[in-house]
Design a protein around this ligand. Structure first.
Ligand SMILES: Nc1ncnc2c1ncn2[C@@H]1O[C@H](COP(=O)(O)OP(=O)(O)OP(=O)(O)O)[C@@H](O)[C@H]1O
Length: 248
């Protein structure tokens, strides 16, 4: 199976003297959605920062299509699209300009850009707002701009950090439908979320992080077998595995 992202024995964090992640290893393949699951402070966002090349590993490495970020920064960056938890928009740029800027950063052809942009505006019900500035957007609308920017480009890997926050049910459905479509086209998708019922429905595999370590990984069936909880759902496994006395 085509390996898109491979994290090997990653130890990392904000200070070398105090790593947050310890020996984290997992991969994301083409044609799969992988759920990154963990309690508050487990290390999901820190893992994502390492994937985005914002932080240097203390040990181990992160490879996107076989390359590390430091080997080829531009190529690495164009290979992924990121949907952050907190929408980051330029207050002086309209919605359309945000889409245009993304298209330029990824070297999208004009015709492809316009076709995809119009489709996305329609689907996310944002057509009326193309000339608006972010100060007029609701929280969910801001998140939709981030999602539309990510969907405009077709990278090898999508990384989404809590993508549902602030979205209405139709927005969530559009986002998930699109993720499934991108997965079918061969992208790999890594999605961090606390909404386990949705994760269980859409993710092919899961990575359970706890205190900066991977405590379980695999399909739901594999997680059930590893935790000796046959028939349990993701929520039950997660609660059981993160009980303080079990792992500390
Ligand atoms: N900027 C920072 N500087 C130092 N430590 C940080 C910083 N950001 C996060 N941490 C620490 O790193 C650890 C992991 O945090 P991280 O944000 O990766 O967790 P998370 O799993 O994304 O949590 P949440 O579900 O709350 O978003 C925590 O102990 C946190 O205190």
């Amino acid at each position: 199976m085509g390996e898109i992202l491979k994290i090997s024995n990653l130890t990392g964090g904000y200070q070398r003297s105090r790593p947050v992640l310890h020996d984290v290893s997992f991969s994301v393949n083409a044609h799969e959605i992988v759920g990154l699951i963990g309690l508050n402070g487990a290390g999901k966002s820190t893992t994502i920062k390492h994937i985005l090349g914002l932080m240097e590993p203390h040990k181990g490495d992160v490879r996107l299509m076989g390359r590390t970020w430091s080997e080829d920064k531009d190529d690495y960056r164009q290979g992924l699209a990121y949907i952050p938890e907190m929408p980051l928009l330029y207050e002086e740029m309209t919605l359309w300009e945000h889409l245009e800027l993304t298209a330029m950063a990824y070297g999208l052809k004009e015709v492809t850009f316009k076709e995809r942009a119009n489709e996305l505006l329609e689907e996310f019900r944002m057509k009326k707002m193309v000339k608006w500035f972010p100060s007029h957007f609701s929280k969910g609308m801001r998140q939709k701009v981030m999602i539309m920017c990510a969907l405009l480009v077709h990278p090898s890997l999508y990384v989404a950090d809590e993508p549902f926050v602030g979205l209405d049910p139709i927005g969530i459905r559009s986002f998930l439908d699109r993720m499934v479509e991108m997965k079918e086209k061969g992208c790999g998708i890594l999605m961090s979320t606390h909404i386990l019922a949705t994760a269980e429905k859409y993710c092919d595999r899961f990575i359970l992080l706890h205190n900066g370590r991977v405590i379980l990984k695999g399909t739901l069936q594999e997680l059930q077998a590893q935790s000796n909880m046959h028939g349990a759902d993701l929520d039950q496994i997660y609660v059981e595995m993160t009980k303080e006395d079990k792992n500390d």
